[in-house]
Design a binder for this molecule. Structure first.
Ligand SMILES: Cc1cc2nc3c(=O)[nH]c(=O)nc-3n(C[C@H](O)[C@H](O)[C@H](O)COP(=O)(O)O)c2cc1C
Length: 420
């Protein structure tokens, strides 16, 4: 909870009280000026945690980044015009500034100032900048200001800030669950830990034409790829989703998300072109589409008919397609992460992890997520089970559940190896 130097700081005492009452662990980080309005002992007593404004205290615990890294949510209330400008510029000359830069948690600001200060183009520009970075702005409200003034600029009331702040957290339904379990009783926070990352996800299945009406395809529905794209967008990433033959119904969530741009691809060659173009500026590429290893040599311009057959069998000649994953890995920029997916049907006695290990080494991907497929498994289903291995072939996660749950685990694995 950041507090900056405005009269409304006294109202933030109530906000901290409400948060503590609701069982949240609250660390107050005031600016030096905030302490001219409400003193340090008040914040410590109300939050029940030590309070400091400076980065030079508690240095051994690297407090200047630790607080931000540990936070599930950051609220700045009141947010002065000065502090909003500092946030927009990314200044870090005090503990609040470093905390705000170190955090990947959602940030909620409650501006408070005189109407003229609020309306000033500089303040409005800073607010627009902060919003474009995903900062949630609550208020200000219209009403009595300091002195005799009245107008737009009054800080939103603590109860309303609390409600708005908690609206960015997701209730995991713990109220109906096991109340004795402390972790279950905590709200699950929508993390913005992919904020600032550009990711490319391929989804669906490519089709290789035989003639104008027929193709060789596969049963991939695109559900896993779409879940990966939407999960990344909700965690703050900018996403390009390259969809190969994915039904509109499956795409619906991605279509509705402003941070997901959708491109379509038909054949493996189309998908290769689209992925390679998008990958140029991507931090992470996830190849979840099921691509054809081969295409038909000499696609017929006209529908192949039975009449033209000279025997009861027919042979289609196939040519190998480009290996998109291996090509991406060869061309990857320093720091770029490439994640492959492999749908496997392991032989009896052979483990999925072993197949994943061999594949990751062959392709040189950073992570490889393998899933077992079969007539009733993997493709088209709403649930999935993955074995995720790293570059060395070691298993890093084995998530199972809905395709969305599995997608979250893939992004967790990506973050565990991502170095910005
Ligand atoms: C009595 C008083 C009330 C103030 N109230 C506000 C305010 O509500 N909003 C604001 O933006 N600045 C306000 N200021 C000005 C800030 O305190 C000043 O810009 C300060 O540098 C903010 O520092 P900080 O953002 O680091 O806390 C006020 C100043 C005084 C003396």
């Amino acid at each position: 909870m950041g507090v900056t130097g405005g009269i409304a700081a006294y109202k933030s005492v109530q906000l901290v009280r409400l948060l503590v009452r609701d069982g949240h662990e609250v660390h107050v980080v005031p600016t030096a000026d905030a302490l001219r309005f409400v003193g340090l002992p008040t914040w410590e007593a109300i939050s029940r945690n030590p309070v400091t404004t400076t980065v030079h205290e508690d240095v051994a615990r690297v407090r200047h980044v630790a607080l931000g890294q540990a936070a599930d949510l950051v609220i700045v209330a009141p947010a002065t015009a000065n502090s909003l400008a500092k946030m927009a510029a990314g200044l870090a000359d005090d503990l609040l500034g470093t905390t705000l830069l170190a955090t990947t948690a959602p940030v909620v600001v409650a501006p408070a100032m005189h109407t003229e200060m609020w309306r000033h183009p500089a303040t409005q520009h800073n607010i627009a900048t902060l919003k474009s970075r995903g900062v949630h702005v609550v208020g200000p409200d219209d009403g009595a200001l300091t002195g005799d003034d009245s107008g737009l600029g009054r800080m939103t009331e603590p109860e309303a800030i609390l409600a708005a702040a908690l609206a960015v957290v997701e209730d995991d339904g713990a109220a109906e669950g096991d109340a004795a379990d402390d972790d279950a009783a905590r709200p699950v926070v929508r993390r913005h830990d992919l904020m600032g990352l550009s990711v490319v996800v391929s989804a669906g299945g490519t089709r290789e034409p035989i003639d104008p009406v027929r193709f060789i395809g596969n049963r991939s529905s695109g559900k896993q790829g779409v879940a990966l794209a939407v999960a990344a967008a909700e965690r703050g990433a900018d996403v390009i989703l390259i969809a190969a033959h994915v039904d509109a119904e499956v795409l619906a969530d991605a279509l509705a998300h402003p941070a997901v741009r959708i491109e379509r691809a038909g054949t493996t060659d189309d998908l290769a072109d689209a992925v390679q173009t998008a990958a140029v500026s991507a931090d992470v590429v996830v190849m979840a589409a099921a691509v054809a290893d081969y295409r038909v040599a000499g696609i017929s311009d006209r529908k192949i008919t039975k009449d033209s057959a000279e025997s009861t069998t027919r042979t289609l000649e196939l040519v190998e397609n480009v290996d998109i994953l291996a090509a991406l890995c060869r061309q990857r920029r320093p720091g770029q992460l490439i994640v492959g997916f492999a749908a496997e049907t392991p032989a009896e006695g052979e483990s999925l992890a072993e197949r994943a290990r061999r594949k990751v080494l062959r392709k040189d991907a950073d992570l490889l997520a393998a899933n077992e497929v079969g007539w009733t498994q993997g493709f088209e289903a709403d649930e999935n089970a993955l074995v995720i291995v790293d570059r060395a072939g070691d298993v890093v996660a084995e998530p199972h559940g809905t395709k969305r749950e599995v997608a979250e685990a893939v992004w967790d694995a990506v973050l565990s190896i991502h170095t910005p």
